[in-house]
Design a protein. Structure first.
Length: 366
């Protein structure tokens, strides 16, 4: 009897110990999941909080740039405003360094000015110029040289023009409603100016829409950006108009404009030599004048990128401004109005009311 009782007590003890172990494991698992959920929720909380800091940083940058605009009467690319954070730290005793906004947390800030003013104005180019420039990216993706043959780029130019024009008359190598309606899935051209350079992925010849076995000159068969599109994005703008500032021309643009290896080499050598800057501007002027584009030292359009992070949480802000308060430089902003003849919109009531120093052309978050 005693032996049976001892066995029963031993079994109960083992059961209790197993139950304690099970509850302990379960508790640890629940605590781990709860901690992960709290971290996940806090990231969204921080992101909303970081949005405020990002716009505060943007206001500081706009304030610095406006100070130069007011004092000098205009913006030029060789002024210190292109380093707004450094200027604010050195001359205004303001900083976006770690932990400045509030003492309770440490924040990381990245602020950069993208030289939109030094990009080629896409919508100011004539058909033959577009065809020649598009041919450059055909050769680049194919590993070719500097050949700029208009006939190689004409099919791409015609597809692009058909995408933007307000009729359904298909050019010889272009594409209109009938073409896009046959795709799977099908869609239709907007028949107005493109809103973003990434819109090229939907245009015949530029993306993977023609058939899913091959890609285009800007996007490959899985929709990834090609080397040609990366160069194109660094070289062209749908916001800048008529003139470009040669000071900050990208290497991609110089490579696009150069007719051969020697011309490209001469451009880079002159650009990198401080004593040859006048010669560099002369070379650039000669090249862009062939496309009906003029150079200027004045900055009309600029882009500000702001990134704020706290731990793993981050918030990105991309804002594009124009110094022209009288009219917008963006000819495509009126797509929603369906007014095909209108090229510009008046300054907004909000912009007037708050006397904002620049016209806001576009703002995107994250």
């Amino acid at each position: 009897m005693k032996t049976d009782k001892s066995r029963i007590k031993g079994s109960i003890l083992v059961f209790v110990l197993a139950l304690i172990v099970f509850i302990s494991v379960l508790s640890v698992r629940l605590m781990k999941e709860t901690t992960q959920e709290l971290k996940h929720a806090s990231q969204f909380y921080y992101r909303d909080d970081l949005r405020t800091y990002a716009y505060s940083a943007l206001d500081l940058v706009v304030g610095v740039i406006n100070e130069f605009k007011v004092s000098k009467g205009k913006l030029e690319a060789d002024q210190a405003w292109v380093f707004p954070v450094r200027y604010a730290q050195d001359y205004c005793n303001l900083s976006l360094s770690q932990g400045v906004f509030g003492n309770e947390v440490k924040l990381g800030f990245e602020v950069s000015i993208i030289p939109e003013w030094s990009k080629f104005p896409l919508h100011d180019l004539k058909d033959n110029s577009l065809a020649s420039l598009f041919s450059t990216y055909v050769n680049i993706n194919g590993g070719g040289g500097f050949d700029m043959l208009e006939e190689d780029g004409r099919p791409f130019m015609e597809s692009f023009k058909d995408w933007e024009d307000d009729d359904n008359e298909e050019r010889e190598d272009g594409a209109e409603v009938d073409y896009y309606d046959r795709l799977n899935p099908n869609y239709f051209p907007p028949n107005s100016k493109i809103e973003s350079l990434r819109e090229f992925q939907w245009i015949k010849g530029f993306g993977k829409n023609e058939n899913y076995g091959s890609g285009g000159i800007f996007f490959d068969e899985i929709g990834a950006e090609t080397q040609g599109f990366k160069m194109f994005q660094d070289s062209f703008s749908i916001l800048n108009r008529t003139m470009i500032n040669p000071v900050n021309c990208s290497v991609s643009l110089l490579r696009t404009l150069a007719r051969d290896e020697k011309e490209f080499s001469d451009l880079m050598e002159a650009r990198n030599d401080p004593e040859d800057q006048k010669y560099f501007y002369q070379l650039v002027n000669e090249m862009i004048s062939k496309y009906g584009i003029r150079s200027t030292m004045e900055v009309k359009v600029f882009r500000v990128l702001v990134k704020v992070n706290r731990g793993k949480s981050f918030f990105k802000l991309n804002a594009i401004f124009s110094t022209d308060l009288g009219s917008t430089n963006r000819s495509s902003v009126n797509r929603a109005s369906n007014n095909k003849n209108s090229k510009e919109l008046p300054r907004s009531d909000w912009n007037k009311k708050y006397n904002y120093p620049f016209r806001v052309l576009a703002i995107t978050e994250n």
